[in-house]
Ligand binder design. Structure first.
Ligand code: FAD
Ligand code: NAI
Length: 471
């Protein structure tokens, strides 16, 4: 056997956390290798997550709008038809362009890309089962684990990605289902539910809790978006649990009952989307070989510098603590490398935005009302509806609102919550304000171009410390 080559840094996993760390390490002059098993870079996000889902969300929205929202705009359209195969091709074009782009960036930054599955042979050596056959091994002075996450299975249902699907099946269906039941009204359920509802499926979302949107979404905003999604045709069963499923026949049957116990009923669907959360993925990594353990949620345990108890092994992204978001993984990729090369790195976990790409979008950063109440913080609230915003009016797209939560005494911004057109772009301003410790008055006294949706942001800030002008 050839002796294993030693690198400054070996990264297991070429998802957002891993590939960003690899590029950053290359830029810092480290000798770096990144091991990825799926045969393409970018991980869940680029291959089966953020990117393909946003392609389908964008194009299904366009289709839905052309069908239902043109006449009043003075646009008469003829025969509108869905070409699902082409919509999927458009998605693949976006995905392929971006994953290939990372390969180019690896070359540009001298990152060695090893296509294969990595497993620890010892604390410094990773054995790799190559995608193209054969084996190799690579030694690292430092090793980053960035193996990501997988969708949590639902007991009793077998995922075949056709009839019982996760998000991976939901971005690749070959035809529009007649009836789709979504288990879990979190971000995946609502985004992918939106796509198939717009394309013509009858979609019912079954959610265990009393509100949709998953962890973190402000209750008032959640109610607001639920109303709008219901108007678009999605059905919701809240406070409802699925007790068992039967996927033996062509039609999947789900027994559901009120979460607190109650009358049971059976739902039928030709496709069931399981979207009850994701869990860290570390299987096959050989953690036991080096004595690394995970906590009760499967997360690798680290300190504030991403180190495991074996200090030269660090963990970033979905397989450790924190929100499972691509931009969080990216921040950690950069910070973890900086801890190596500069001994400091920075991620502000209090200012990581969340965006749900439905229409309208929902976006937030910082704390919500329930969290502030629980923490006993005295706060004030300012809101502004898009129905009073001139640009939203000209766009005939007025559902939603901007909501600020600020410290009652100091006016410092504690949270920003938006449901409305372009919320996902607008939240960047909220994140910057939070990061810089701004007050709502700082935002309210900043000039915002007219007519823009961003004026709703400014006016909600004004409504917090004083009064909005246009409402
Ligand atoms: P991953 O992206 O999962 O990457 C880990 C990689 O490691 C994988 O490619 C895997 O093949 C590889 N790997 C695992 N084990 C090994 C091994 N032993 N050897 C070699 N390679 C290995 N987040 C957002 O911020 N915005 C969004 O809009 C968004 N949309 C999403 C939509 C969907 C449908 C899903 C499922 C997720 C979405 N996410 C979104 C979440 C986002 O995809 C993740 O937070 C992000 O991908 C995490 O990056 P990561 O690098 O930690 O893990
Ligand atoms: P989620 O955690 O957002 O939502 C899961 C929902 O399922 C919760 O509301 C939960 O109460 C509910 N649930 C759990 N068990 C249930 C049961 N037995 N019956 C009924 N409901 C049940 O998880 P989701 O939607 O699967 O997404 C996973 C993660 O992927 C997200 O947390 C997010 O980190 C990431 N993601 C991010 C996106 C974005 O940023 N736009 C898009 C898609 C995914």
């Amino acid at each position: 056997a050839t002796p294993a080559e030693e690198k400054d840094l070996v990264i297991i996993g070429g998802g957002v956390a891993g590939y960003v760390a690899a590029i950053k390490a290359g830029q810092e002059g480290l000798k770096v290798a990144c091991i990825e098993k799926r045969g393409s870079l970018g991980g869940t996000c680029l291959n089966v997550g953020c990117i393909p889902s946003k392609s389908l969300l964008n194009n299904s929205h366009l289709y839905h709008q052309i069908l239902h929202d043109t006449k009043n705009r003075g646009i008469e359209v003829g025969d509108v038809k869905l070409n699902l195969e082409q919509m999927m091709k458009a998605k693949e074009t976006s995905v392929n362009g971006l994953t290939k782009g990372i390969e180019f960036l690896f070359k540009k930054n001298n990152v060695e890309y090893i296509k294969g599955t990595g497993a620890f042979a010892d604390e410094h050596t990773v054995k790799v089962n190559l995608v193209d056959g054969g084996e190799t091994s690579v030694r690292g002075k430092n090793i980053f684990i960035a193996t990501g996450s997988e969708s949590t299975p639902f007991p009793g249902l077998t995922i075949d990605e056709k009839k019982v699907i996760t998000s991976t099946g939901a971005i690749a269906l070959k035809q529009v289902p007649k009836k789709m039941v979504v288990i879990g009204g979190g971000i995946i359920g609502l985004e992918m539910g939106s796509v198939w509802s717009r394309l013509g499926a009858e979609v019912t979302v079954v959610e265990f809790l009393g509100q949709i949107g998953g962890p973190g979404m402000d209750a008032e905003i959640s109610k607001n978006i639920q109303k709008t999604l219901a108007k678009q045709g999605m059905k919701f069963m809240l406070n409802t649990k699925v007790t068992q499923g039967d996927d033996s026949g062509e039609i999947v049957k789900l027994d559901v009952e009120a979460a607190k116990g109650g009358k049971a009923q059976t739902l039928e669907a030709d496709v069931v989307l399981v979207a009850i959360g994701r869990r860290p993925y570390t299987s096959g990594l050989g953690l036991e070989t080096i004595g690394l353990e995970t906590d009760n949620k499967g997360r690798l345990v680290i300190d504030s510098e991403y180190r495991t108890k074996i200090p030269h092994i660090r963990v970033i992204g979905d397989c450790t603590f924190g929100p499972m978001l691509a931009h969080k993984a990216e921040e950690e990729g950069v910070a973890a490398v900086e801890f190596l090369t500069k001994s400091y790195g920075h991620v502000n976990y209090g200012a990581i935005p969340s965006v749900m790409y439905t229409h309208p979008e929902v976006a937030w950063v910082g704390q919500n009302e329930a969290e502030l109440k629980e923490a006993g913080v005295k706060y004030k609230v300012g809101t502004f509806p898009f129905s009073a915003n001139s640009r939203a009016k000209t766009n005939l797209d007025t559902d939603g609102m901007v909501k600020f939560l600020a410290d009652a005494e100091t006016d410092r911004i504690l949270g920003v919550h938006i449901v409305g057109p372009n919320a996902g772009e607008m939240i960047a301003e909220g994140t910057l304000a939070l990061e810089y410790g701004a007050s709502t008055e700082d935002v309210g006294r900043t000039s915002h171009a007219h007519p823009t949706l961003a004026e709703a942001f400014k006016e909600a800030a004004m409504a917090t410390y004083s009064k909005a002008i246009h409402y």
